[in-house]
Ligand binder design. Structure first.
Ligand code: CIR
Length: 253
């Protein structure tokens, strides 16, 4: 069960953030409304929400997931791989320290974005991407192994972050898309396969009794409902314009 989440409001500078998509300029009014609905959905899942204020100096800082990896016992502060985002950790450290005594850090030259880390019970999967380098993944693996977890390093071929294309929804089940559908690292899991046209919905989050999914993917919704999951659908258009998904907007612990 998750008891807490940390989120951070998006600011007006969000429009100046990083993106690889050609989906157009984010509309701030819609962005703020979508973020509010996200926070409401988390509260409905029964978690306590720590809501950090927007920081206009860091346009992408609403994507808090990239700044840390939080487990039930310890926290790892990441070292975000995009230069423009690296100092986002300065405001996350004090927020995380309110909950954790045991903090680890990924140090340069290692880089790691939390979006490249997937936890499934006692197993971690760490993507090597444009943001997470081998040294960052190695440091992460060393830390979690010391803490009694296993870690598998997964070099990415196409996805932006590891969790762009995969989610763990409990009960040994993964939601998988693209390069992860047949990936040997995930072969021991039962899989909910997401086809190319619905790929964005592979980034969903299980929070206690619910799975939160992006709106507009009835097939993904149906697959989850058929397996007995209760779902909450959320509009994500303005986050998607800047390569963001549901998992990116919170740290859940
Ligand atoms: C970035 O390029 O860093 C942001 N515009 C999007 C980050 C998305 N985060 C994630 O997938 N964990």
């Amino acid at each position: 069960m998750f008891k807490n989440v940390i989120v951070k409001d998006p600011g007006n500078s969000y429009v100046n953030g990083l993106t690889t998509s050609d989906l157009g300029k984010p509309i701030l009014e819609k962005l703020f409304e979508q973020h509010e609905k996200y926070v409401e959905a988390l509260k409905r899942c029964g978690v306590e929400v720590t809501q950090l204020q927007a920081n206009e100096a860091f346009p992408d800082s609403t994507f808090v997931e990239d700044t840390a990896v939080l487990t039930s016992e310890f926290a790892i502060i990441s070292n975000p791989g995009a230069e423009a985002r690296n100092r986002e950790i300065e405001e996350i450290v004090p927020a995380v320290k309110k909950f954790y005594e045991k903090l680890y850090y990924i140090d340069g030259p290692g880089t790691l974005d939390g979006g490249d880390v997937l936890q499934a019970e006692k197993n971690f999967y760490v993507g090597i991407s444009d943001r997470t380098n081998e040294e960052g993944a190695r440091q992460f693996k060393e830390i979690v192994e010391k803490e009694g977890y296993e870690a598998t390093i997964v070099p990415l071929k196409e996805f932006f972050h590891l969790k762009t294309g995969i989610a763990y929804v409990g009960e040994n089940r993964m939601v998988v898309a693209g390069e992860f559908i047949d990936h040997p690292a995930f072969e021991s899991y039962e899989k909910i396969i997401i086809p190319k046209e619905d790929e964005y919905s592979a980034n969903c989050i299980q929070v206690n009794d619910y799975v939160i999914i992006p709106a507009g993917y009835p097939e993904t919704n149906r697959k989850l409902n058929d397996l007995g999951y209760q779902t909450i659908e959320l509009e994500m258009s303005e986050f998607r314009k800047h390569d963001g998904g549901l998992s990116c907007l919170s740290l859940r612990f």
